[in-house]
Design a protein around this ligand. Structure first.
Ligand SMILES: [Zn+2]
Length: 249
């Protein structure tokens, strides 16, 4: 029996057999944190066979993300969140983290991932948010222009793992695509699926809206990989590369 995994930045990531290349190659999904410092990092591929370990190491460049900065001025009374809502936010965050750190070994994705909408992107992933002069957070997803009632479709096959109205995200759908990949669709006006349901790529999962903490209707779309938020568009491009001829390293 042999086992293979990658070690990177203090974490381990399993390798999966790439069924898109007739199972002849393997891949692993390694996210890089938004807060990672630009540097040269070492990725070690470990193969364990009959209790013996073989190592192969690679140098990986972590580049500085090219993100914009956004200054928001909110009246102090609106920026403040009351204790009841603060508890609600903490509960919702805990529940989401629990979901994202769970990795379903099976990959549900069978075809290239398609973006949830083809409309204009009104705010890209990663924009730094400076509230009243203080760096508070970064934009955690890709915003698409969408009128209330616009059908929102799943970007790939998967299973619905969360259907909920949340404080910031409003009506939210989270889909598990397997192997630690999750997509999120926020601020919906209506749900069209149930928790636990299997959905197909292109299936309508809800209608766009303006629920949660928003200034107007739009779709906020997120991708998590192995517990970490990543740039949705960069992820789609990278993952869809599996459907092309794999590169030899
Ligand atoms: Zn957004």
């Amino acid at each position: 029996m042999s086992r293979i995994y990658a070690a990177f930045e203090g974490k381990r990531y399993p390798f999966y057999r790439d069924k898109f290349s007739k199972g002849r190659t393997f891949y692993t999904l390694i996210p890089v944190s938004y807060y990672a410092k630009p540097k040269e990092s070492r990725l070690v591929v470990v193969r364990v066979e009959n209790g013996k370990k073989q190592y192969k190491s690679y140098l990986i460049d972590i580049y500085k993300g090219d993100y914009r900065s956004e200054r928001l001025h909110v009246a102090p009374s609106r920026a403040k969140i009351n204790p009841k809502n603060r508890r609600r936010i903490a509960r919702e965050r805990k529940e989401a983290m629990q979901i994202y750190k769970t990795s379903t070994p099976k990959l549900y994705i069978r075809k290239p991932i398609v973006p949830p909408l083809s409309s204009k992107i009104t705010s890209p992933f990663g924009t730094k948010r400076v509230f009243n002069g203080v760096l508070k957070s970064f934009h955690s997803g890709t915003d698409y222009r969408a009128k209330t009632g616009t059908p929102i479709r799943s970007v790939a096959d998967g299973r619905v793992v969360l259907i909920k109205n949340r404080f910031f995200a409003g009506n939210s759908v989270i889909i598990d695509h397997g192997q630690g990949i999750y997509t999120g669709y926020y601020h919906l006006s209506r749900f069209k699926v149930h928790k636990g349901e299997f959905v197909q790529r292109g299936q309508v999962i809800g209608l766009a809206g303006a629920t949660g903490r928003v200034t107007g209707p739009h779709l906020h779309f997120t991708v998590h990989v192995n517990g970490m938020l990543v740039d949705p568009l960069q992820f789609i491009d990278t993952f869809n590369g599996l459907f092309l001829q794999p590169e030899k390293i």
